[in-house]
Design a protein around this ligand. Structure first.
Ligand code: ZN
Length: 285
C-alpha cells in the first residue's frame, strides 16, 4: 500500500513538473550586475509554481560565438544579456524560435543589445544606446491619448538619476495588465527614456513620466510593452536596473505575468493582494 501511494505520488509530481511552462534565462554578459540579478529573476519566476526555470550563462567576449542554447526546448526565453553579438547560427535559431511561436522577455539592458541585428530590434520594438538614432526608427510618444511615432532625429536611449516612479496602466484589457491598478508605484530604478526602434505593432502596456528635474525627457516613456513577432509574443520590460528595482512587487508581478503571456498567450495568475497602489512602492524579499 505504502509503495503504491509513493508510486502514485511520484507520478503526480512528475506530471505536474511536465506541465510547467519551461523558461530559459540567458545571461553571461551585461554592463549590469547580472550575477546579482539573474538569481532574483529565477526566484521571481519560480514563485508562482507554474514555471520550470533554467539558466544558460553565455561565455564572455567573443567566446559567446560558440554558445548555442536549445531555445526550442523552452516555451519562453528571458534575456538578461547585453553583450557581444551571438553567432549567425544562434541568431537564426532564436529568430526561428520566436517567429515559430516561442515567447521572449527582454529585461532592462537586454534592450541595449544588438543594434545591428534587425530581427532582434523588431522583437524588442524599441531599444537604446549602441549608436541607435533616427535610422533605428521612431520614438514612441503619447499624444492626445494615443501612442504615435516621432521621427525627430536624435539618439536612442538615455536615463536620468534613479528614483521611484508611478507606472501608468495603458492596457487594462491586455492579459498582462488585466486586474492591475490604473497606476502603481515601482521602486527606485533607471527610467529609460528616448528608446527608439522599428516600433512595429507595439502595444504599450505601461509608461511612466520621465521628469525633467531628474534629468529625464519630460515625456511619458513606454516601459512595459507587448510586441508580436511572427507567431511569437514578446514582453519587453525596460525595468530592472539594480537591487531595489528587482526586489519590487511591481517588477516581479509584471515579469511573471509578462512571461506567462509570452509563453502561452494567456495569464492564469491572480494579482496578489499586496500589489502596490500609486502611493507607495512595495519591496519583496
Ligand atoms: Zn541600467
Amino acid at each position: 500500500m505504502k509503495t503504491f501511494l509513493l508510486a502514485s505520488l511520484a507520478l503526480t509530481l512528475a506530471a505536474s513538473a511536465a506541465d510547467k511552462i519551461k523558461v530559459l534565462i540567458v545571461d553571461g554578459q551585461n554592463n549590469h550586475d547580472w550575477k546579482m540579478t539573474t538569481p532574483v529573476l529565477k526566484a521571481i519566476m519560480e514563485e508562482p509554481g507554474i514555471f520550470a526555470v533554467e539558466v544558460s550563462t553565455a561565455p564572455g567576449g567573443a567566446a559567446v560565438e560558440a554558445w548555442q542554447p536549445k531555445f526550442s526546448d523552452y516555451a519562453v526565453v528571458i534575456s538578461n544579456y547585453n553583450g557581444h553579438l551571438w553567432s549567425a547560427a544562434t541568431q537564426e535559431a532564436f529568430e526561428k524560435f520566436v517567429s515559430g511561436g516561442g515567447g521572449f522577455v527582454s529585461v532592462h539592458a537586454a534592450d541595449n543589445a544588438f543594434p545591428e541585428w534587425k530581427a532582434y530590434n523588431e522583437m524588442i520594438g524599441v531599444g537604446g544606446w549602441g549608436g541607435r538614432n533616427e535610422k533605428s526608427g521612431p520614438y514612441l510618444r503619447l499624444r492626445e491619448g494615443k501612442w504615435t511615432f516621432d521621427t525627430t532625429p536624435g539618439g536612442g536611449g538615455s536615463h536620468g538619476s534613479q528614483h521611484e516612479f508611478v507606472l501608468n496602466n495603458h492596457a487594462p484589457a491586455h492579459p498582462v495588465m488585466a486586474g492591475l491598478p490604473t497606476a502603481f508605484m515601482h521602486r527606485q530604478d533607471e527610467l529609460y527614456n528616448r528608446l527608439r526602434g522599428p516600433a512595429k505593432d507595439v502595444t504599450v502596456l505601461a509608461s511612466a513620466m520621465s521628469p525633467k528635474d531628474k534629468g529625464g525627457s519630460g515625456e511619458e516613456e513606454p516601459l512595459l510593452m507587448a510586441i508580436p513577432f511572427g507567431k511569437g509574443r514578446v514582453f519587453h520590460t525596460a525595468l530592472g536596473h539594480g537591487a531595489e528595482a528587482v526586489h519590487c512587487v511591481a517588477f516581479a508581478v509584471t515579469l511573471q505575468r509578462g512571461a506567462e503571456w509570452a509563453a502561452t498567450g494567456k495569464v492564469t495568475q491572480k494579482v496578489p493582494a499586496d500589489f502596490p497602489d500609486d502611493k507607495a512602492s512595495k519591496a519583496r524579499p
